[in-house]
Ligand binder design. Sequence first.
Ligand code: M6R
Length: 609
Amino acid sequence: MCGIVGYIGHRQAAPLILESLRKLEYRGYDSAGIAALHDGQVTVRRAEGKLKNLSTMLLREPMTGSIGIGHTRWATHGRPSENNAHPHRAGDIVVVHNGIIENYLELKRQLLKRGTHFSSETDSEIVAHLVAEKVAKGVDFLAAVQRTLREIRGSYALLFLNRRDPTRMIVAKNSTPIVIGSGEGEMFIASDIPALLDHTRKVAFLEDGEIAEVTLGGYRIFDGKGKPIKRPVKQITWDAVAAQKGGYAHFMLKEIHDQPRALADTFRGRIAFKDGNVALEDIKLTVNAVKQIKRIHLVACGTAWHACLVGKFLFEEIAGIPAEVDYGSEFRYRSPLMDPKSILLMVSQSGETADTLAATDIARAKKAKILSICNVIDASIPRKSDGVLYTHAGPEISVASTKAFTTQLTALYLLAVALGRKNGKLKALEARKLLRDLMHLPHWIEEALKLEGEVKTLARDLLHSRDFLYLGRGINYPIALEGALKLKEISYIHAEGYPAGEMKHGPIALIDEKLPVVVLAPRDRYFEKTISNLKEVESRGGKVVVITDDAKTAAEIPAFRVLTLPKASHYLTPIVMTIPLQMLAYYIAVLGGKDVDQPRNLAKSVTVE
Ligand code: M6R
């Protein structure tokens, strides 16, 4: 997730773009850059690190031009560096990009054959070259972009400048937001509304597959076939803070709703569907190396540890590799049996959690291979790893982990399929089925999010409960733990997660009419057993809330409330089940007047032991 800004008008572009980028820094902040066009010359300034570095550079070396584009980056392809920072330039063309070009390797190979020289490791630079090649041959700027869009696959908001054409910017969109703002004799483009609010409240949103030409006099929008489209201007009424949260009341809610996009970005460009394979660019394990793996040690903290518990099922059942799960704070002080045939797999949103990071010393000493799943590019954990799988969730601002968790589950699923294919446990046909399921996942999540109204009502009903029990079985037991953690950390209400079958060994004593018991009951091999467990709770007066995916029997389940989710495939059910639990925790905390995004005593990244 990156932030894009464009300007054409009567003012100096660079300072205005810089200010607007500040409003988008929540979308990414590992490097930034601006390009401005003046007197037939393009100037590009780029700096690694937060925007203040670019700002210092601009003070030292100001730039002139009343048309320009800017970018704040959250790296996906290529580590954060000045070279990988946007804008990227090729010939007369300069581009900024937010998204992922799925077929970039194939396109890059073709460009290399034609003698193209690349100056970055990004997928975005290829787009600049593709357009520049056409423009150099005399193709009109707009037509060159239109033709290039037919060659690329993936998600993008792309914004182009042409050195020889100071009258217009071209912008294109697919699966990534971009908005055009109209001012008085000036026009603006941005990834999100907060970047425009200081200048205009009149906006037009581009839809997927559309392209727009933006000039001093306004904009023209075209569909994928080049047919002009009328798009009425909208008047934005949000204040600046609400706008940064995308109109949501809190970042947590925004991040919950961002999950369909985040999950799609995690698998985008990594699925080779035809052969049932998964391409993990930064995990280079040969077939031989994978066949030698005897055990995976998953290490993490908090929510990421819950993801690892699901990961154990995935690695053992999909890839046939035994797996163990440890808390970072425990692993570092025990003597795990590891050797060069072991893998340490650390899972961390921030990549900076000290207890998780400590596992690397043990693994190195035992000569085990070190892998990680992480959201932040080039954080300490990926830097200490031999291979990494980035989740592409984009920055997560709320302390409570939501989209980071579900993208970790998605990454673990991808890794399990990749390893299963390499060690021969998983046949191409089965792998294709698993990958097809994965491609449905964003849709199932969209469906699950539609339960929001029902969950809010439920939150109101349960608001005054002082304790909660969450029950799940098998691959969904970790989701019960996650549901309980989410509630605890943002509402300060005591909650426990338990394997449903264990209840009779102790926790059943807690049950009375004041205790809500949230039961995860997907239609799986445990379904009947779970229903028996919930009857035990019901008959003792407990307030049972059932979350199921079995629409047929939902009405017959004896419970205080039943929430029905779409039926997802078995290994993806934990991700879908997570959604109502996130929303339940969120609404109970909001209704209880809690500081949802910054709960007391907690930090987003725990860098001390
Ligand atoms: O950045 P990490 O994923 O390594 O963080 C691990 C935990 O601190 C984190 O998941 C924490 O439990 C969250 N606040 C949970 O919402």
